[in-house]
Each structure stands twice: as C-alpha cells, then as structure tokens.
Design a binder for this molecule. Structure first.
Ligand code: URA
Length: 191
C-alpha cells in the first residue's frame, strides 16, 4: 500500500489520545494532509479547525483562504505542494495542542515527511516550528516565531523555513503583507 495511505489508516485507527474520541463524538474527520505525494515543499500547520474537521481537508477555512492567497502570490498551487498539520484531529474550541497530544500524533507527521522526502519544510506558527526544530537538531535555534520567521535553516534532510501562521493575517492586512514578503523566500525553490 502507498505509504501515505497507510498513514491515513493508522490515524483512523489511532486511540493514543482523547482527540480521537472527541472526533468520533462529534462526527468529525481526521485531517491527514492533502496535495502532491512527491512534493518538494511541505507546509505544516498546527491542528484542524472546525471547517477542516467537518471536511477532512487542511486549511479550508479563513486561514486557508489566506494561505491560498499567499501561495498564489508566488505562483504556487495547492496541488504542487503537500499541506498537513502537527495534530491530525481538532482540539476542542481550537485550543492549543497539549504536549501529550503532540507526542501522540507527531509519529504520523514524521512518517509523512519520510515518505514525501521534501526539499523544503515550511512550518506555520510556533507549535509546528518548535516541534520540527527540536526533531531535526535545531533546538538551540528555537525562538518566538517573530524572531525566526522567513529565514532558512539547513537540516540534514531538508531546508526548514519557519513562517507566521496564516491565521495572524485573517483580520490584519499589515500581517498579510508581511507574510507575502516572507513567502517570497520560497521562490528560489520553484522549478
Ligand atoms: N489552522 C491550522 O493550523 N491548520 C488547519 O488545517 C487549519 C487552520
């Protein structure tokens, strides 16, 4: 079976944290990821929101519309990249991920990255940035996202680019312009 399909089956069967029960009680879907299985660029958000949990698609609400605009500003379509999240299930009331949820869920993200073998990993916001920095040997470089966003960090496996989470620009045009400037760094990886 295709590795990414296998990961989907594993997430569907996962009982490692209470978010899977919350998903079932509410008739939600897990949000595994979407896009090209051979993408050069992976985007990693935080966790599904309500729209995502209802549809099973990452970034399909307000933050997703900002993300689409940012991608379009540098000529990328969703089908060219892969988009996923740190957590595959929606936390109640969109609260922050808990450490034990991150621990339970990130083996799926690790496997997604291994299967896709991207050249570039873009983390969106503090939670996915901290996780990937620590996982890939950059623990000492971890700062608040405003300090490191839009910069390139080399790991043994890929170039890592932390970015603001698109949700910061949902109601703030200034932040959208800042994000657009940061996204330009990705242009050099487009063939
Ligand atoms: N915010 C995220 O971090 N991920 C989504 O999929 C949607 C909103």
């Amino acid at each position: 079976m295709d590795e990414l399909k296998k990961i989907k089956e594993e997430v569907l069967a996962c009982r490692k944290c209470p978010l899977s029960r919350y998903r079932k009680e509410n008739g939600y879907c897990p949000v595994i990821g979407e896009g090209s299985h051979s993408a050069d660029i992976i985007f990693i958000g935080e966790a599904p929101g309500l729209n995502e949990a209802k549809t099973g698609r990452p970034f399909c609400g307000a933050a997703g519309r900002v993300l689409d605009e940012l991608l379009a500003s540098i000529g990328i379509e969703r089908g060219d990249i892969y988009i996923t999240n740190l957590l595959k299930d929606r936390p109640p009331e969109n609260r922050n991920p808990k450490p034990e949820e991150i621990e339970a869920c990130t083996p799926y993200l690790d496997k997604q990255i291994k299967a896709i073998k991207p050249k570039v990993v873009c983390t969106l916001g503090n939670f996915s940035t901290s996780y990937i920095f620590e996982k890939y040997g950059l623990k000492d470089e971890i700062r608040g996202i405003s300090k490191i966003k839009g910069r390139m960090f080399k790991t043994d496996s890929f170039v890592l680019i932390p970015l603001y989470h698109p949700a910061v620009a949902v109601y703030n045009a200034n932040m959208k312009e800042a994000l657009k400037r940061d996204f330009k760094i990705l242009k050099k990886f487009l063939s």
